[in-house]
Design a protein around this ligand. Structure first.
Ligand SMILES: Cc1cc2nc3c(=O)[nH]c(=O)nc-3n(C[C@H](O)[C@H](O)[C@H](O)COP(=O)(O)OP(=O)(O)OC[C@H]3O[C@@H](n4cnc5c(N)ncnc54)[C@H](O)[C@@H]3O)c2cc1C
Length: 290
């Protein structure tokens, strides 16, 4: 496995912002992953795993860590009976393709979530009333101290949250699905994608929902829309004119621009609705949300 230096995180995140990772590697087997974790532990270097970077804001100044992207066997997918086994780096699109060809339903909800199996576990990603917690049986979790399989309960999956230890790597995920014809799956996916395109900025550079939905009659998007934030811009980052819970890279955005918009949105939601919005997006590097 080759270690790379200075890889720009802007190339690894869907919003397209972020400075360089001090070290970067693409392990393709469990042995390579373990070797990478040992290498980092020997240097007291933190390990951060990125999937498709679809829910990530990385510091403009860069990240002092070994950043990993899982490939090869660690991104492979296979079906065994009603189980779909996916490497932590397997994309949801590839998993869905295998599920459909194998006549297994239950993964359709993930058709518009542009992430990986490991990122889905970390975030307990979900849509249309379903989430990872409903289909994951267990996940193989690896750290420099060792690894093993964790059950869904042990993963502690709740709304866009898991109890996965910080810096642990999800190397493999086992999903239990249910028999469904490829035609039925295709029809459901087409319907969900059409719904998505009608309501969210699917053709822009974003990192998905900025905030979790608060315990309030208004979702985060409607609340920020009521604050008059649609189209509001700081530097190259803009609150989506289509859905106010998305931030678009409108050209030349930096992570600092996005963070300033997030702070502004939180301030307005607090002042106008008395609500403390909690961010869903994950942060990489020495940055924080105020
Ligand atoms: C257009 C768009 C639409 C979206 N729609 C939805 C939606 O409907 N529902 C939803 O829940 N999300 C949605 N998202 C957000 C995002 O796609 C999900 O959170 C997704 O699960 C993130 O997966 P990822 O692999 O890209 O993770 P990343 O964004 O790369 O990382 C997210 C977190 O997971 C960690 N991580 C990634 N891989 C691993 C691994 N193998 N092991 C351990 N930790 C890991 C990272 O360190 C980070 O903390 C959307 C994003 C976009 C851009």
């Amino acid at each position: 496995m080759r270690l790379e230096e200075g890889v720009p995180l802007s190339k690894l995140t869907t919003i397209g912002t972020g400075g360089a990772a001090s070290a970067f590697a693409r392990p393709s087997t469990l042995a390579e992953l373990e070797a990478a974790l040992t290498w980092a532990a020997e240097r007291h270097l933190q390990v951060e795993t990125v999937g498709l970077g679809s829910n990530l804001l990385a510091a403009d100044e860069g990240v002092d860590a070994l950043v990993l992207r899982l490939t090869g066997e660690l991104a492979a997918v296979r079906i065994e009976g009603d189980l779909l086994r996916a490497g932590g780096g397997a994309t949801n699109a590839v998993c869905l393709h295998h599920a459909r060809s194998g006549g297994l339903g239950g993964f359709e909800f993930a058709c518009a979530i542009p992430g990986t199996a490991g990122g889905g576990v970390r975030m307990n990603a979900g849509a249309y009333g379903s989430d990872w917690a409903e289909i994951v049986v267990r996940a193989r979790v690896v750290t420099a101290a060792g690894g093993g399989w964790l059950s869904t309960d042990a993963l502690g999956l709740s709304y866009r949250h898991s109890e996965l230890p910080e810096h642990a790597v999800v190397a493999e995920v086992e999903y239990r699905l249910t028999p469904r014809t490829p035609e039925q799956i295709k029809a459901t996916v087409a319907e969900l994608i059409a719904q998505r395109k009608a309501t969210q900025p699917t053709n822009k550079r974003t990192f998905g929902s900025v905030f979790k939905n608060p315990d309030h009659e208004l979702g985060a998007g409607r609340m920020l829309e009521a604050c008059g934030l649609k189209g509001h811009r700081i530097g190259g980052a803009m609150i989506s004119p289509m859905h106010a819970n998305f931030i678009e890279n409108a050209g030349g955005a930096t992570t600092a621009d996005a963070l300033a918009l997030i702070a502004e949105a939180r301030r307005l939601a607090r002042e106008q609705f008395g609500v403390e919005l909690e961010h869903e997006v994950r942060l990489l590097g020495a940055i924080a949300i105020t």
